[in-house]
Write a protein that binds this ligand. Structure first.
Ligand SMILES: *Cc1c(COP(=O)(O)O)cnc(C)c1O
Length: 428
């Protein structure tokens, strides 16, 4: 579900015409729907309510302070992957004691900072990292809460760059080595407190089957670790996929029911019965499913160029603003902010201004034949959109806006030219 729809040919987010925002703030601009974000968050919380559960929002999907603050006020936990993300959560009013910290390359400074902030748990990805945390906690005279990330070697059926639960991926510890590692912590690492078990098999999963396989494989391990070491939680990670193709239609409840996509309810209905008997606290770490379809990126058509082979619509947003098409072959629906009765469609490549052939938002796509100056919305851009943007080609980063009904707020202003060179120094 989301709240982007046409009323009399004008595209709205909730009760706000998107062209009002484009004209006031300029483009490219990310726009998020508060109602959609809250619907998704509460829906997942509700679906998992038969369990002792916690929804830990994966900060990296969309890490604007206003979004984190919204989550914090709903009582979310946070799944973080860097010291910077922890700092953001704290700035946003989130509780560090509800943060879980994942990632294969935590630095000593980051580990110390997380210990000072008394985070809920480190989700640890190797023996070497366990030893580092043990040593740092020891030097601070405290115990560090840890869970090990198990790699269950399950095929997630998603793009190879976002598959994380196979043995050849860099993530987690092989399933067969896990119990020996917990024994090692217990025997040799006095400054660690064994607190849980974690896994995360990948992102943008559109079937429930890999989740079921992974939970079915790992739950008995969690039960054994509970018995032996008294672990208190089992985190099953994030990864619930969203609808990209047909994103506009997916705003209607009927569409969801009639299309066999992975829904929050299907996910919960399959997993709750497998998890309930464990008697453990269950954490989920969703990112994309909370914010993905809650955000669009607005862009303006600058030029049209007709070549022998193709028609290009050149727009003012590039791969530095939204890298998913280039990096993951991601599909994003693209719709005009204003429909006209006499508007034709055209098969075109929607491309940005960046000097790379990989700089496209869509290829060979049937889109509205928008003319110079007209605006487009790139759908499903709320997750891994702004948060993956960069200054490549010395382009200032886009603005971000949060819509609440017919009100809207700029939650991050567009970068200035001064921002582009901040911190740079010409030697004497
Ligand atoms: C990225 C990530 C998530 C969130 O994944 P989504 O597909 O956005 O739900 C959760 N847990 C970990 C450890 C991650 O790295």
């Amino acid at each position: 579900m989301h709240t982007f729809s046409y009323k009399n040919g004008t595209l709205y987010c909730e009760n706000t015409p998107l062209c009002d925002i484009a004209e006031a703030v300029g483009t490219p601009t990310y726009v998020y729907s508060k109602q959609t974000i809250l619907d998704h968050f509460k829906g997942l919380q509700q679906a998992l309510s038969p369990l002792d559960s916690e929804v830990s929002y994966a900060v990296k999907a969309c890490s604007n302070l206003a979004i984190l603050n919204l989550m914090a006020r709903e009582g979310a936990g946070f799944d973080i992957v860097s010291g910077g993300e922890l700092w953001r959560v704290v700035q946003a009013g989130g509780d560090p004691r509800r943060c879980t910290y994942a990632g294969v390359g935590k630095t000593p400074e980051e580990i110390r900072y997380a210990l000072e902030q008394e985070i809920y748990c480190f989700n640890v990805e190797s023996e070497a990292e366990l030893r580092a945390i043990d040593e740092i906690a020891g030097s601070m005279g405290i115990k560090a809460p840890v869970a090990v990330r198990v790699n269950p070697n399950i095929e997630a059926g998603t793009h190879k760059y976002i598959t994380t639960g196979k043995s050849e991926n860099k993530f987690g510890v092989d399933f067969d080595r896990i119990e020996a590692l917990y024994a090692l912590i217990d025997e040799q690492m006095p400054n660690l407190e064994i607190k849980g078990l974690q896994m995360h098999i990948g992102s943008q999963l559109t079937q429930v089957k890999p989740f079921i396989e992974a939970v079915a494989k790992v739950a008995p391990l969690a039960a054994r670790l509970k018995e032996r070491y008294g672990i208190r939680f089992f985190s099953i990670g994030g990864g619930i996929g969203i609808v990209y193709d047909g994103a506009l239609a997916s705003g209607s409840p009927d569409w969801w029911e009639h299309n066999h996509q992975l829904t929050i309810d299907a996910y919960a209905d399959s997993l709750v019965p497998l998890l309930q008997p464990l008697g453990l606290r269950i954490l989920v770490e969703p990112g994309r499913v909370i914010v993905g379809n809650a955000g669009v990126m607005l862009t303006q058509c600058l030029y049209e160029k007709k070549g022998d082979a193709k028609t290009f619509k050149i727009v003012d947003a590039g791969m530095n603003d939204l890298i998913r098409p280039a990096l993951y072959e991601g599909h994003h629906e693209i719709w005009p902010l204003q429909q006209h009765d006499d508007q034709d469609t055209v098969v075109a490549d929607i491309v940005g201004p960046i000097c790379e052939s990989g700089d496209f938002l869509a290829q060979n796509r049937t889109v509205a034949d928008v003319q110079q100056g007209e605006y487009l919305a790139v759908f499903s851009a709320g997750a891994y959109g702004f948060s993956m943007s960069s200054n490549y080609n010395s382009r200032p980063m886009a603005a971000e806006v949060l819509v609440d009904g017919s009100n809207w707020t700029v939650i991050r202003s567009r970068q200035s030219l001064e921002d582009l060179v901040r911190g740079e120094i010409i030697p004497e």
